[in-house]
Design a protein around this ligand. Structure first.
Ligand code: AHR
Length: 334
């Protein structure tokens, strides 16, 4: 009778180690949650996404774009709404690290304070993609790429339009500014771009500037205060459509005609904003596209496959006057 050969102790240990490593690498590549804390291997890429919140029409369109694109790309999406709170985003990212997702993507509510959690993701070997908003980390190796708009440019385009409109003004033009969420990249950058552009005409002066947190309610409330405190307001620059739309209510309630008594410039170009522009209540919008989902899923596949991706991918955008809004509205997707 032939005897079965038994493995020696070192061989057995090596075999056990090899199978552990194999299972580990399969789990890290294309694992997904079974709902009971375990993972299954179905070959799908799993993305953990932390969204800022649901503060605006733009954000709603962005969330829809991401969810739809994940389904279309066959990527399993774990989605978390941080309700505009950085601590919620950090918690969500830590959960995704613990669940060993394949890729983490997020839109940071504010620019600062991300280094520690991004380092944790890097140490766990999970690539991070920034989308829509960026972070101010000096260490660029903490994330693979940033996909989103040039917010400084949006502010600059808004300011340049105003400079052109007011080039013959002989006296002061009083501007009030509704800023986005304090510390958020689009708030910081749009303010900067706008200020740089209007600095070319000393008649153009920002007489009041305050956050409306990117919401309609915030825009309305702050505009009411602006109107009470300042008898002469010529221009409103709102960092997004929603705050501009909230401000419309305050302006009308104060007996003024939006778009005529007060020139209104906003950013985004979501449908409600475009309608206000077409109706002559807004005067100019710098576009900020929320349709980032398909590009984000493409990038996720590439970074998961270990491919090089550009460190910065800028979204293509335009601007709209009232006439252009009338033309664009019937085909507007968001
Ligand atoms: O980060 C993009 C900005 O966030 C949009 O302009 C604004 O509407 C949103 O809340």
């Amino acid at each position: 009778m032939r005897k079965m050969r038994t493995q020696s102790a070192p061989w057995r240990a090596a075999a056990v180690l090899a199978s552990v490593l194999l299972v580990g690498s399969v789990a890290a590549c294309g694992n997904s949650d079974t709902g009971d804390g375990g993972t299954k291997d179905d070959g799908k890429i799993t993305m953990g996404f932390s969204q800022v919140g649901a503060e605006s029409g733009w954000r709603t369109a962005n969330t829809t774009s991401i969810k739809d694109a994940a389904t279309a790309a066959g990527i399993e999406l774990k989605f978390d709404d941080a309700q505009q709170k950085q601590e919620n985003q950090i918690k969500a990212i830590r959960n995704y690290i613990q669940q060993k997702v394949d890729v983490i993507a997020f839109s940071p509510v504010v620019e600062s304070g991300w280094d520690t959690v991004l380092k944790e993701a890097k140490d766990a070997g999970i690539p991070v993609i920034l989308t829509d908003r960026s972070v101010d980390s000096a260490d660029k190796s903490l994330y693979k790429t940033f996909l989103g708009s040039d917010f400084v440019k949006e502010g600059r385009l808004a300011g340049e339009w105003l400079v052109e409109q007011k080039k013959t003004a002989s006296g002061p033009v009083n501007i009030v500014e509704l800023q986005g969420t304090t510390g958020a990249a689009p708030a910081n950058d749009r303010k900067k771009g706008f200020a740089e552009a209007i600095a070319t005409n000393p008649n153009l002066k920002v007489i009041a500037s305050q956050t409306g947190d990117f919401t309609r309610a915030g825009g309305k409330q702050v505009m009411e205060q602006f109107l009470k405190a300042n008898p002469k307001i010529d221009v409103l620059f709102a960092h997004n459509d929603d705050m501009g739309l909230g401000a419309l209510e305050a302006i009308t309630a104060a007996g003024k005609v939006p778009g005529k008594d007060i020139t209104i410039i906003t950013v985004d170009a979501v449908k409600d904003g475009m309608q206000a522009l077409a109706d002559g209540k807004f005067n100019f919008i710098a576009e900020c596209s929320p349709l980032l989902g398909p590009q984000l899923m493409d990038l996720a596949k590439k970074v998961h496959a270990g491919e090089e991706v550009p460190v910065r991918i800028e979204t293509e955008e335009t601007t709209f006057t009232s006439e252009q809004a009338k033309e664009a509205l019937p085909n507007r997707k968001y």
